[in-house]
Design a protein around this ligand. Structure first.
Ligand code: ZN
Length: 345
C-alpha cells in the first residue's frame, strides 16, 4: 500500500515575518548585513553573553535559511526532500502580539503570500490560518480566509501569551471551526518562542495539554492536533526520569499526559504530531516505535516535520523521513502519514 505522504506540520514564514526586536540589543539590524551575520551568530554561540544561546541559535538558523527568500523558495527546498505528490500543511505565524516590536510583513501579507503559493501548487499545499485571539476582528479575518481564499485549518501558539480556552477562541473561533469542520493545530511543547515578559514556566502553562480538556469537552467534534507531542524535553524526561506511580498519581510529563488523554478513549478527535520532537533527535525514534505498537495511539498520531525548525539539528529532513519509514512497518507509516492526516484534515 502506498499513497501520498502528508506532512502535517511545516513553516514557510521568513525573517520579515518576525518582530524587529526578536533579538535584543539592536543585534537584529546588524545581523541583516551579510558578512557580519555569520560572525555575530557564531560569536554569540560561543560566548553566549546574554544567556540566550538558544534564541541566538534559533534566530541565526532562521536568518541563514530564510534571509532574502520567499515562501516559494522555502517550499522548493522542503518539496525536494519528499516523493512527488507529497502534501504539506503550511502553518503561518502571527508574532505581532509578542511584544517584540513591529513585524515588517504582517500576518495578512503572510497569509496572502501563502494563498498565492497554494494557487501555484493546489494539490500539494494545505494552507492554515494563524489565529491570535488578541488580533482585532480575528473571526472576520478567519471567515474571509476560509470562505474566499480556501484556507483549511487554524494554527494557534498559546506561549505567545494566551490560553487555548481564551474567550475569543471559545466564543467565536471554535464554534465556527466546528461548524465548518476545520482542524486546529496547537503548539504543544515547553520549547519554542514566547511572549516578552513571560517566564518559561508561565509560557508553558499556556501550552499545557491539560488546557485542551475544556476545549474538547465543549467542542467534541473539533479535531485538535497537539503539535510536537509534548516536546523534546518531555520525551527525554520520559526516558530518563520515570516517576513513581505510587507517589504521584498524575504525571506532570506532557508526553504521558497526551498518551493518557488518547488512551482514555474519550477524545477520538485528538491527535498529536511528531514534528521536531522526533525529527531533531534520532534517539526518540525507538520510543515512537514502541508507543505506536498501541493501536489506539497509532490511530491518533500524525506525521509532521516542523521544517525548517528541525533543520538546525544534525539530521536533514530527508534522512529522518527515511529513517522513520524504514523503522516503522509500512502499515504504521502509512497510517500516520496518510490515513490519519486525511481524517484529521
Ligand atoms: Zn512548528
Amino acid at each position: 500500500m502506498s499513497g501520498a505522504i502528508h506532512n502535517c506540520h511545516l513553516h514557510l514564514f521568513t525573517i520579515d515575518n518576525i518582530p524587529e526586536n526578536f533579538i535584543p540589543f539592536g543585534l537584529q539590524t546588524i545581523m541583516r548585513l551579510d558578512p557580519l551575520r555569520t560572525l555575530v551568530v557564531s560569536g554569540l554561540k560561543v560566548a553566549d553573553p546574554f544567556g540566550k544561546r538558544d534564541l541566538f541559535e534559533r534566530y541565526g538558523n532562521l536568518m541563514r535559511l530564510t534571509y532574502g527568500k520567499s515562501q516559494e523558495d522555502l517550499f522548493a527546498v522542503v518539496r525536494s526532500y519528499y516523493p512527488a505528490g507529497t502534501r504539506f500543511v503550511i502553518l503561518p505565524m502571527d508574532m505581532e502580539f509578542m511584544k517584540k516590536g513591529r513585524v515588517p510583513k504582517d500576518i495578512h501579507h503572510q497569509h496572502a503570500e501563502l494563498a498565492r503559493l497554494r494557487d501555484k501548487f493546489p494539490d500539494l499545499i494545505i494552507p492554515f490560518a494563524h489565529v491570535d485571539p488578541r488580533r482585532p476582528n480575528v473571526e472576520k479575518m478567519l471567515r474571509k480566509l476560509v470562505e474566499e481564499d480556501g484556507f483549511k485549518g487554524v494554527k494557534i501558539y498559546p506561549p505567545l501569551g494566551y490560553s487555548p480556552s481564551d474567550s475569543v477562541l471559545m466564543e467565536q473561533i471554535y464554534p465556527y471551526m466546528q461548524e465548518k469542520g476545520l482542524p486546529l493545530m496547537a503548539h504543544c511543547s515547553k520549547g519554542g518562542v514566547r511572549m516578552d515578559g513571560l517566564s518559561a514556566k508561565e509560557a508553558a502553562r499556556f501550552a499545557d495539554p491539560d488546557g485542551y480538556v475544556r476545549v474538547m469537552e465543549a467542542f467534541p467534534d473539533l479535531r485538535i492536533c497537539l503539535g510536537h507531542f509534548g516536546g523534546q524535553d518531555d520525551w527525554k524526561a520520559y526516558l530518563d526520569e520515570p516517576w513513581d506511580p505510587t507517589v504521584t498519581k498524575a504525571s506532570t510529563n506532557w508526553l504521558s499526559k497526551i498518551l493518557d488523554l488518547i488512551r482514555s478513549g474519550k477524545y477520538p478527535n485528538l491527535f498529536a504530531d511528531i514534528s521536531y520532537t522526533v525529527f531533531s533527535i534520532g534517539e526518540n525514534l525507538p520510543l515512537l516505535k514502541v508507543l505506536l505498537a498501541d493501536t489506539q495511539v497509532q490511530n491518533q498520531v500524525l506525521f509532521g516535520s516542523d521544517f525548517y525548525m528541525a533543520e538546525q539539528e544534525k539530521m536533514t529532513e530527508r534522512r529522518v523521513s527515511i529513517a522513520l519509514r524504514s523503522e516503522l512497518s509500512p502499515t504504521v507509516f502509512w497510517k500516520i502519514a496518510e490515513e490519519n492526516p486525511k481524517r484529521y484534515l
